[in-house]
Design a protein around this ligand. Structure first.
Ligand code: 6GU
Length: 244
């Protein structure tokens, strides 16, 4: 999977994504990351990439030419037109299903906007997907692009080891993750739940599943619209609630 990121701040992208699991995935060649400086493609002699908006108003607009030429250089180097994602709060809200869909692509281009926006004509020409990461406004598309690259990369086969595997975790099966505990058995007067020390795998699994459902009910009840619950789940949860 090859990420091509069009940005005015390539160091921000490179610095942000070269550590931990993603850094390893890049070293091992499962993922490549190419942060392309849009400014390198300006035809302006002062290296300008933005200008005033026609019609007036506050702020500056990123001009079409440097963005288009940077995009064209990527397309020509890989020999096809991949999906091109424009990061914008006006886009469709990113989620785990979209991460899995995008992870099937060989190449993805991300366009990170700044200032008050990007000349509409170049968006019409190159963008296939308008994506937001949530209902709040950020100063640029770099952080959203990094968020998406992280979430998409971990869905690429080979990036996560079996131990880190992307299944059975939060959002798989529309449930939040169960609570985790490690040594020592008692810390700060709090004990690890007895069931986890019992060595009974069936019981542990049932407890964890019930905890997942309960957590989802407490923190994200909206997710339960999608979840499949059995009668056994409901009984477990009632039992836990009665203990409280
Ligand atoms: Cl994709 N871009 C910006 N600038 N702000 C955002 C966003 C994207 N998603 C949420 N807020």
């Amino acid at each position: 999977m090859n990420f091509h990121i069009l940005t005015l701040f390539p160091e921000m992208i490179e610095q942000g994504l070269n550590t931990s699991i993603l850094g390893k995935a890049m070293q091992n060649g499962f993922v490549t990351l190419d942060a392309i400086n849009i400014r390198d493609y300006t035809a302006d002699k002062h290296k300008k990439v933005d200008d005033y908006p026609y019609g007036g108003g506050a702020g500056m607009v990123m001009q079409a030419q440097p963005i288009y030429d940077a995009w064209k250089a990527v397309v020509e180097s890989i020999g096809h037109r991949p999906r091109c994602i424009y990061l914008t709060p006006q886009g469709r809200t990113f989620n785990q299903d979209m991460a899995k869909e995008f992870a099937k692509e060989e190449d993805l281009i991300f366009l990170c906007g700044h200032y008050e926006g990007v000349d509409e004509r170049v968006l019409e020409e190159i963008v296939t997907d308008f994506v937001s990461i949530g209902d709040y406004v950020l100063t640029g598309g770099e952080l959203p692009a990094m968020v998406m690259v992280d979430a998409i990369s971990r869905m690429v086969p080979g990036v996560l080891t079996n131990a880190e595997s992307g299944t059975g975790e939060t959002f798989e099966g529309s449930l939040l993750e169960y609570p985790q505990y490690s040594r020592p058995v008692e810390w700060n007067g709090k004990r690890v739940p007895d069931v986890l020390l019992s060595g009974d795998h069936k019981k542990v699994e049932a407890w964890r599943h019930a905890q997942s459902v309960l957590r989802t009910l407490e923190h994200r009840p909206d997710l339960l619209d999608e979840a499949e619950l059995s009668l056994a789940d409901v009984k477990q949860i009632l039992a836990i609630l009665q203990e409280k």
